[in-house]
Design a protein around this ligand. Sequence first.
Ligand SMILES: Nc1nc2c(c(=O)[nH]1)N[C@H]1C(S)=C(S)[C@@H](COP(=O)(O)O)O[C@H]1N2
Ligand SMILES: [Mo]
Length: 519
Amino acid sequence: MTLKTKLFWSALAGVASAAAGLAIAEAIALVIAPASSPLIAVGSLVIDLAPTWAKDFAIAAFGTNDKIFLLTLIVVLLTALAAGAGALQLFTAPWGLVTFGVIGGIATIAATTREQSLASWAIPSVVGMLGAALMLYRIVTKLGVWTATAQTVAAKGDQRASGVSRRDFFVYIASTAVGAAVIGIGARTVNATTIAAAAVRKAIKLPAPALAAPAIPDGAALDVPGITPLITPNADFYRIDTALQVPSIDASDWSLRVTGMVEEPFEITFDELLALPLTERNITLMCVSNEIGGDLTGNATWLGYPLHKILERAKPQSGANMVLSRSIDGFTAGTPLDVLQETDRDCLLAVGMNGEPLPLEHGFPVRMVVPGLYGYVSATKWVVELELTTYERSRAYWTDRGWSAKGPVKTCSRIDVPTARQTLDSGTIVIAGIAWAQHTGIEAVEVRIDGGEWMPARLAAPISDDTWVQWALDWDASSGAHVIEARATDKDGTVQSGQFAPVAPNGAEGWDSVRLDVA
Ligand SMILES: Nc1nc2c(c(=O)[nH]1)N[C@H]1C(S)=C(S)[C@@H](COP(=O)(O)O)O[C@H]1N2
Ligand SMILES: [Mo]
């Protein structure tokens, strides 16, 4: 085998391995964060570091394609380096692996030094680099066997041995290249659409509400360290969905279709929705999978258009009793039509959350929010269709998976402080938490110690019946081991049941309790 042939195949081995590593990194970046992709990270770093004249040149020469030019440049450079690494590995191992290590190191630094980047953003680059190095090692080893056999063949004239080791090498390099291309291009496309959706979201300016949320009353937030904040910041808001990859919808491509048992089916675009008079409300969202004492709940200020008006426009046919809302990813929720038609319940087709467009993972551009029903039967994110139908005819995503078709929120309370299994000093200890009975409202919260008498806690001023309310009680604690329990009563007079019930099929029951020692 000539030197040229060896150079060619080893260079190709380097390129195929680098492609495999890049594909692995892109696939992992899908899960970690689109911006943790080594390609994007290195590209962004180059943009930050590039002198102004270079940026001006790129924009002048390539216009809006300047980013594509940059990524192409990086890929070309990477290809050259990878080809070199392949040759180095064949002739002067392990220098090819070392080269990959350096490239991976640069990508890691780029990914972890981005604004808002987390340490975990190193993972795509590091794992991709290890994958690339492993591939390179194995392919070049095969190439070494082929080269050696080719030499023996040349000496002895045995054709068969040569054919096998050569085929071995070809199969390896070809499958690596094809696998890398499929995974890499797929992942890159998905990552790119996520980045595009994020850019679209950033550019959206939400209109002011026609009906603003009532002012939060003084005294709605108690001054107790450790109590759940009254409004949950978007970054802390719990997230529950079946989406492996957060759907990326360009708001200008979005529309909602109202279909099924209606006289007037229609479709509405995002711009049309934003042009309607929007309502702003504070509403507490609750997951049916929230255990007693759990944290699958959040309270946000939502901006949206009343769903009863959407339905009014579609004119439901008689007999319809369910609205099957469908997400772009196929998830469905079945909501009672009569609940969505209530004019005094703020069921919203929401576009805003705490003063921003919905975050991508909370349903951008449009989701449903229904006070008083668990999320799985009402809070469809990335919603694209409302189909009017019946409970007899249609089933929603979770209905066939062990959950009830209907899911009204159960009246419940949670102890935030003190936290369990700690030792506190005797004296006054503040017991505090939240209670909720969305759309009914909380009447009272009571606390008892060691199974004693129920004592009324003081309730903060509620924002509305649709939100959780904070409560607190000063407890004169004596030393010893204690159990604190809390229960809520709603404005219908329903007292939170102390009987344990699991989350399935329609929500947990029981009293939250905290065990602790007082010194
Ligand atoms: N498209 C879609 N929407 C969905 C879900 C889902 O899996 N897919 N899960 C629902 C459930 S079970 C809950 S509790 C809420 C959670 O909303 P959040 O993630 O914004 O907190 O979304 C609801 N909407
Ligand atoms: Mo949920």
